[in-house]
Design a protein around this ligand. Structure first.
Ligand code: IGP
Length: 255
């Protein structure tokens, strides 16, 4: 599997090409969700003791298959029942087996704020996110130059979308002005090597602005880790594979 970050330049070209085949921004603007108000992920995390953002992903570049037959409707509803404060939906087909339709469905069957999890490289994707019902988008510090991050952040905020700004090293926080950051996502997974280290994320906490909400992302495989991360200062966690595998065994047990 090729390394994701190295592919982002190629990915940028892919989005530009797709855009040509896809609907114009004017059409996206006519989607009902485009003019509806957003649900705040930031407030949901701030208002909860341990803000669990539960992620929907069928596969991943580091693990391949996770839960290929997963049904987004069923999972969105069960995440809500389980007490998650938000849901993250992978819309990337190539690496994660997701789609914008998954996002749209998730939004329509639960009341949770929804994060569009994808590699955002072009303003078109921000319009798309809004049109398909996202309440927040992901921006990865390491993936783009500061000017591009700011351009995407300005547009996202103009459209009423919140921003989860993902970093893997403390100094990356400087790549985007704090006014654009609704939530900081500390990714425990190195996107180049796929190595996961929860302690590295914990060690970053003292170096991050105290007034911003912090989410620990990736590689969280049990309840104890969630508790530890929250106790030590994270405001929330983002968990994908662990929950998706639980759902897969529930599905299998029912058969
Ligand atoms: O499945 P995990 O290990 O719990 O990880 C979830 C989430 O953090 C991960 O999917 C992720 C973190 N940053 C990303 C950037 C793009 C795509 C996916 C991701």
């Amino acid at each position: 599997m090729k390394r994701i970050l190295e592919e982002i330049t190629g990915y940028q070209q892919l989005v530009v090409n797709l855009k040509k085949q896809k609907m114009p921004v004017e059409v996206l603007k006519s989607f009902p969700e485009f003019s509806s108000s957003t649900r705040s992920l930031k407030q949901a995390v701030a208002g909860s003791g341990q803000g669990i953002i539960a992620e929907f992903k069928r596969r991943s570049p580091s693990k391949e298959a996770i839960n290929l037959k997963a049904d987004v409707i069923e999972i969105a509803q069960s995440y809500e029942q389980m007490g998650a404060v938000g849901m993250s939906v992978l819309t990337n087909q190539r690496y994660f087996g997701g789609s914008l339709e998954d996002l749209q469905l998730a939004k329509s069957v639960c009341k949770l704020p929804i994060l569009r999890k994808d590699f955002m490289v072009d303003p078109y994707q921000i319009y798309e996110a809004k049109a398909y019902g996202a309440d927040a988008i992901l921006l990865i510090a390491n993936a783009l130059p500061s000017e591009k991050l700011e351009e995407l952040a300005v547009l996202a905020h103009d459209l009423g979308l919140e921003i989860l700004f993902e970093i893997h090293q403390a100094e990356e926080i400087k790549k985007l002005a704090p006014k654009y950051i609704d939530l900081i996502g500390v990714n425990n997974r190195n996107l180049r090597t796929f190595d996961v280290d929860l302690q590295q994320g914990l060690d970053m906490l003292p170096h991050l602005p105290s007034e911003l909400l912090k989410i620990s992302e990736s590689g969280i495989q049990d309840r104890e880790s969630i508790e530890k991360l929250i106790q030590q200062g994270f405001n929330g966690v983002l968990v994908g594979e662990f929950f998706m595998k639980q759902k897969r065994s529930e599905q299998q047990n029912r058969k």
